[in-house]
Write a protein that binds this ligand. Structure first.
Ligand SMILES: Nc1ncnc2c1ncn2[C@@H]1O[C@H](COP(=O)(O)OP(=O)(O)OP(=O)(O)O)[C@@H](O)[C@H]1O
Ligand SMILES: [Mg+2]
Length: 597
């Protein structure tokens, strides 16, 4: 089972959670205070109607009783009408209250969902690499539902029910004596403490179910996302088996959960039945002795019925609130997930003038103990195109991720126009850099909207220009619906080279001063490679550009070539000078030439 910080055994942590929840919800309640106040008034109206009912019933029964002097028929009819009105008042106000407050609940859910969504997008790349998308979506959904539940039931169920119990106990005490009030108080206390204990004991099963639920969901989503890989390896049966195992665990957890719920409900029903029987027995004996009228008997019975209805519900609400709190806690876990890559509080905007880039003795590792960059130093002049070459895993993509501040270096510094990139706002830094990533994925939307993603405010004309600049015309012409073709999940209906040119078109639209091109042309045929490189060169002419290259033939005309090996620069110069130096680059060049021949 996944570990959870929220421990229901300690009311202190529950209180802390509620305080945090309150802190997030208070502004929403305050903004809607008129609605909240109206809803509370409706609640009072509904309860007032409810409290009248037993008295009207008593008056009716006594009025109909020939022994104690029958009332005139018009008075009886008036009482019947009053009874009907009281019932109507009760339900009408209750409905009105729910309708009024529903809007507040929806606003709260809206706000919290949006906050969470924003926050998840602000989290570090590392978080996203480690997260489980299916589970995360579940946690958010369950958490917001939990908040909605808590809002509705705490305000409109728990507090009013406690109020009602006090009122009824008071009425019985004044009208019929201490023993009736005592039965009410004792049974309510018994009921409360039993529910509390039993629910606490059950929590472990509820948690098991939640964890199993998340797990099986994660498994299913992950498997469905990777449908292609599943098919490549004929692993449908294997996937189904793994899902089956997850579902088995879920089923077991649900079984335990259901059995424990049975024990809880059974216990509660027993307490209610015993106290109701005791109360009616007392009232029946009193009627027999003549100290109570038939109407009093009906009144007592009606109060009991009315009181135990919400009380029975209170047990359910209490359980659900516990579950809601556990769900909200998971949601808050997401909301409180720390961000390590963020702007300094007083960070200014980066203003790129020349577009000079400097990596100064940068050390970096993804994990403790396995260095990826060691004393990596590289200077790129404004407007220069520098190619970064080296074997797979040498750290080339890492260099681009550091410049984009997906991660911070462990040592050294990265500067743009002499300013450390950690000292400027993240937003301005990322606005200044356009990245054509090594593997670009697209949204399942039209080609046009995917390109426009580079700058959502771009006009159709600007999108068309970007299409031209990225040499995408021939692709668009071939597509049945042109730019309006939907590209499929993650853009998989386009080829790798086509996707990459879409990426370039996006970068064109972004109009950033610095360009990073993490080339994956090894996956492209020569024709596509030519098209991609032509598109890139066209774009790079006006920018400071860093090209990560696999096939050296594509970067022979770069202003400068930097050779990286195991995270450090080993050589740099132009193509000609590096060949003349007969070092690592010349060796790579020879290998690729021979392979081509
Ligand atoms: N998120 C990550 N967590 C842990 N290790 C990583 C992560 N990303 C990359 N690495 C490791 O860092 C090293 C450098 O990776 P990088 O992606 O920079 O290589 P590269 O030079 O771009 O290779 P390629 O030419 O294959 O794209 C690799 O050994 C890789 O396994
Ligand atoms: Mg790479």
């Amino acid at each position: 089972m996944r570990s959870q910080g929220f421990n229901e055994d300690s009311t202190a942590s529950a209180r802390y959670l509620i305080a945090k929840l309150w802190w997030r919800l208070a502004p929403i309640l305050r903004a809607n205070r008129n609605r909240v106040a109206l809803a509370l008034l409706c609640l009072l109206g509904a309860k007032a109607g409810l409290l009248c009912i037993p008295f009207l019933l008593k008056a009716l029964v006594d009025g109909l009783d020939t022994d104690s002097g029958q009332l005139a028929i018009h008075v009886i009819l008036l009482l019947v009408l009053a009874y009907g009105a009281a019932r109507l008042t009760n339900t009408l106000f209750a409905e009105l209250r729910d309708t009024l407050f529903g809007r507040v609940t929806e606003k709260a859910m809206h706000s919290i969902s949006l906050q969470t969504f924003r926050h998840v997008h602000s989290l570090d790349v590392d978080y996203h690499l480690n997260r489980r998308t299916g589970g995360l979506a579940r946690d958010i959904e369950r958490g917001t539902n939990g908040i909605s539940f808590l809002l509705r039931f705490f305000i409109f169920n728990i507090a009013p029910t406690l109020f009602e119990i006090t009122m009824v106990a008071g009425i019985l005490l004044i009208n019929y004596g201490a023993e009736y009030a005592a039965v009410i108080v004792v049974s309510v206390l018994l009921y409360g403490s039993f529910s509390f204990r039993a629910t606490r004991w059950r929590t472990q099963y509820v948690r098991e179910v939640n964890a199993a639920d998340s797990d099986s969901n994660t498994r299913a989503v992950d498997s469905l996302l990777n449908y292609e890989t599943v098919k490549y390896f004929n692993n449908e049966a294997f996937e189904a088996e793994r899902y089956d195992v997850a579902l088995d665990i879920w089923e077991q957890a649900r079984r335990k959960n259901r059995l424990s719920l049975f024990a809880l409900n059974g216990g509660q029903a027993l307490i209610i039945a015993v106290s109701q029987t005791a109360m009616l027995g007392m009232a029946a004996m009193a009627v027999d002795k003549g100290s109570m009228t038939l109407g009093d008997f009906i009144l007592v019975n009606q109060f009991m019925l009315q009181l135990f209805m919400p009380l029975g519900f209170l047990g359910f609400v209490y359980r659900e609130i516990k579950a809601a709190l556990a769900n909200i806690e998971r949601l808050f876990g997401v909301l409180e997930e720390g961000v390590s890559i963020q702007s300094e509080p007083d960070a200014g905007a980066l203003s790129v003038i020349e577009g000079r880039i400097r990596f100064a003795e940068v050390d970096f590792s993804y994990r403790e103990g396995s260095e990826v960059l060691r004393q990596f130093t590289m200077d790129i002049a404004g407007g220069e195109t520098v190619a970064l070459v080296g074997s797979s895993g040498a750290g080339k993509s890492t260099v681009s991720k550091l410049l984009f501040r997906f991660y911070d270096p462990k040592g050294g510094a990265i500067e743009i126009d002499g300013t450390d990139i950690r000292s400027v706002s993240l937003e301005s830094l990322r606005r200044a850099i356009a990245v054509v990533p090594q593997d670009c994925v697209l949204f399942n939307d039209s080609l046009r909207e995917n390109i426009r993603y580079g700058r959502p405010s771009a006009t159709d004309d600007e999108v068309d220009q970007a299409v031209e600049a990225a040499f995408l015309n021939e692709v668009v012409e071939r597509l049945p619906d042109g730019l309006d073709t939907v590209v499929g999940e993650r853009g998989l209906k386009l080829s790798g080279g086509e996707r990459q040119r879409v990426s370039i078109a996006r970068a064109v639209l972004k109009e950033a001063a610095i360009l990073i091109f993490d080339e994956a042309t090894s996956s492209l045929d020569s024709h596509s490679e030519q098209a991609v490189m032509a598109a890139f060169r066209h774009l790079a002419g006006r920018h400071t550009a860093l090209v990560i290259a696999h096939r050296l033939s594509t970067i022979v005309d770069a202003d400068r070539i930097v050779v990286i090996d195991r995270g450090a620069v080993v050589e740099e110069g132009t193509h000609a000078s590096l060949l003349a130096a007969a070092g690592k680059y010349a060796e790579l060049w020879q290998i690729q030439r021979r392979a081509q021949a």
